[in-house]
Design a protein around this ligand. Structure first.
Ligand SMILES: C[S@@+](CC[C@H](N)C(=O)[O-])C[C@H]1O[C@@H](n2cnc3c(N)ncnc32)[C@H](O)[C@@H]1O
Length: 229
């Protein structure tokens, strides 16, 4: 089977692309990816860009696989790191070719860095999936009832947004005063970090970016350094 290289492009800031990913993109004959994902790497694309949309992703990946079969160097770009909440895209590529993976910096790592949290004391839950988000929600609720780690949660644009999640947690009996942060557009222009408790978040009227991460930290503020708005 032909090989397609999948690279993680980082959380948005073009300077957070790894050198290995940059070289793979620069040397590729074809670079596929969702349009927003190609944004941060566009300057490095030496061959032909194949922008995809949700509707035509199967067609674009099929085309890419035929190029790979013809010994062309083919790259698929994934947002952040390809090992976090990118399974659907990875599976689609894996169905068509062997994959070489070049990891990137995840938005979840960015969130930990901004809040001064260690990865080894954190758990990561994605609700950003077509299937399996109910299980993710159940896990989140169970973990909030038995706190052992920081919880880093990806909402699901646009039907399971931060305010929806907060409302569901209140319905499930999670303490309204439970503290959390909403981190938007990390590493991008307009980055914003806001601190809430769950009841305040449930009542929030302003909209959240589709690039938002929720973090429920274990420790009281002051145990770690945070630059808030
Ligand atoms: C499909 S997931 C992909 C995550 C990606 N693989 C990663 O490692 O960052 C997309 C979700 O990641 C989160 N996200 C990605 N980039 C972000 C950023 N720059 N700031 C905040 N959240 C971000 C948001 O929750 C967004 O809905």
């Amino acid at each position: 089977m032909a090989t397609i290289t999948v690279v993680g492009v980082g959380p948005g800031d073009p300077d957070l692309l790894t050198l290995k990913a940059r070289d793979a993109i620069r040397n590729a004959d074809y670079v596929a990816g969702f349009e927003t994902v190609l944004g941060p790497v566009r300057r490095w694309i030496g061959g032909e860009a194949l922008p995809m949309r949700y509707r035509n992703q199967e067609d674009v990946l099929e085309q890419l696989a035929t190029y790979a079969e013809a010994d062309k160097r083919c790259v698929v770009c994934a947002w952040g790191d390809l090992n976090f909440s990118a399974k659907e895209l990875l599976d689609r590529v894996r169905r068509r070719a062997d994959v070489e993976l070049i990891p990137g910096i995840s938005s979840a790592q960015m969130a930990c860095a901004r809040l001064g949290l260690t990865i080894e004391t954190s758990m990561f839950i994605t609700l950003h999936a077509r299937e399996g988000h109910e299980e993710g929600l159940r896990e989140l609720i169970a973990m909030l009832k038995n706190r052992r780690r920081n919880l880093v949660v990806l909402p699901r644009p646009f039907d399971l947004m931060p305010t929806d999640i907060a409302g569901l947690l209140l319905e499930e009996g999670i303490a309204p005063k439970t503290r959390l942060y909403a981190l938007e557009r990390l590493s991008l222009p307009g980055e914003r970090i806001r601190e809430y408790d769950i009841s305040l978040l449930a009542a929030e009227k302003s909209e959240f970016s589709d690039l938002t991460i929720l973090v429920f930290p274990m420790h009281e503020r002051g145990d770690h350094k945070v630059d808030l708005d």
